[in-house]
Design a protein. Structure first.
Length: 390
């Protein structure tokens, strides 16, 4: 007969993974989208499709923008999004992708999903978000330590407001947001241990490599951006993307124009907006950057030094080792084989090195960079995964 102690160990052995992994139905649900996305094999086109579908003019977020005061910034404050339920629920901390801002762009739809599950929601802007850049973080000697401290203070702020109505804390980070999210979660796993789960969506495995890969694919489609006319791009967008769940087969010119629309008209223009915020905060001079390496070289010397030296803290492996060793924090990851940020890097090696199960790491055969987040089934993915932990 089992002793009470043995029963407790067995209970923990089976219970903890249930909270840590993607829900059992998530993998087959996401894999079922592959046949529907048969004409989205081009990673840049899939990325465009995803971003276009996620952008919503009409959303119903329960909360609003609040000015978060912090001595870690030159301005002393910057905007965050915060909402809370009147009952006990999970607190979702969503960390958006590159240039992501609270209450704007792609963030609002994701917030709708999290509030519907239901949960309290906190959103801190991406470290390259215009509002964050304009607030001018005081990095001094260690940008990584400061970014972690910002998240600690933001969480303190949310918890003071919610009080005892928090059942658990789930961090969900996307794209560049996963770099700070994983560093913060690793720190938490050896300190206060407040975070219960970390979900990484389309994370870059290595930021210096991701920066160069991003510039490479932008340059690949830069000629298309110059030759594709605006009327033609609008025509293809309206015909294949505005009124259809999935596009039909595009010809080569149409693919190139849609890729240029997201990479050059989208990401490069967003880079310039972020740069203008930097200029406003510091009176920096010079032409607007045309790529990511140029941006980082001229934006903040503290960040560029980390990238130039290929600091190990800019790799997901560095933080995953700490997270796995602590044994406290469990991780879910979803990504795509053809995410151009990770071109030349090996997810299977990463999976083996960190002993990730098929329930913890889902690698889709399509989606580009974060494209598959926009499938109609994704709300169900979040619902199945997080409704289990209420």
């Amino acid at each position: 007969m089992l002793t009470q102690f043995q029963l407790l160990i067995l209970t923990l052995t089976f219970a903890i993974p249930a909270f840590a992994q993607w829900a059992p139905g998530v993998r087959p649900l996401m894999e079922s989208t592959t046949a529907k996305a048969v004409h989205l094999s081009n990673p840049a086109v899939a990325t465009f499709w995803g971003g276009f579908r996620r952008f919503r003019f009409f959303t119903h977020n329960d909360g609003g923008i609040e000015q978060f005061k912090s001595p870690l910034f030159k301005t002393g404050e910057f905007p965050i999004y915060f909402s809370q339920k009147s009952f006990r629920a999970q607190l979702f901390v969503f960390m958006p992708g590159i240039y992501g801002q609270p209450g704007k762009g792609l963030t609002a739809q994701f917030v709708d999903f999290l509030e519907k599950i239901p949960g309290h929601v906190l959103v801190v802007p991406n470290l390259l978000g215009p509002d964050y850049v304009e607030a001018h973080p005081l990095y001094k000697t260690d940008p990584v330590a400061l970014e972690v401290q910002v998240m600690e203070e933001a969480l303190d702020y949310a918890l003071r407001k919610i009080g005892d109505r928090v059942s658990r804390i789930e961090v969900i980070a996307e794209s560049l947001g996963t770099a700070v999210g994983s560093a913060w979660a690793a720190h938490d796993s050896t300190h206060q241990k407040r975070i219960n789960g970390l979900t990484l969506l389309w994370p870059p495995l290595n930021l210096p490599v991701a920066m160069k890969n991003f510039d490479a694919i932008i340059n690949e489609y830069r000629p298309a951006a110059e030759k594709c006319s605006t009327p033609f791009k609008l025509y293809v967008l309206a015909r294949e993307f505005a009124l259809k769940d999935y596009p039909a087969q595009l010809d080569k010119e149409e693919e190139e124009c849609m890729a240029a629309l997201v990479l050059v008209d989208g990401f490069v223009d967003a880079t310039k907006v972020s740069w203008r915020s930097h200029v406003k905060a510091t009176q920096a001079t010079g032409p607007e950057p045309e790529g990511f390496e140029e941006y980082f070289r001229r934006y903040r010397g503290e960040l560029w030094e980390l990238l130039e030296k290929k600091d190990q803290r800019l790799t997901l492996t560095h933080w995953m080792k700490q997270i796995r060793q602590s044994g406290h924090l469990k991780v879910r990851i979803m990504t795509s084989e053809n995410d151009f940020l990770n071109r030349g890097l090996d997810w299977e090696l990463f999976k083996t090195e960190h002993r990730l199960s098929t329930d913890e790491l889902i690698i889709l055969p399509w989606g580009g960079h974060s494209g598959a987040v926009s499938v109609a089934e994704f709300y169900r993915v979040l619902e199945m995964t997080f409704s289990e932990v209420n």
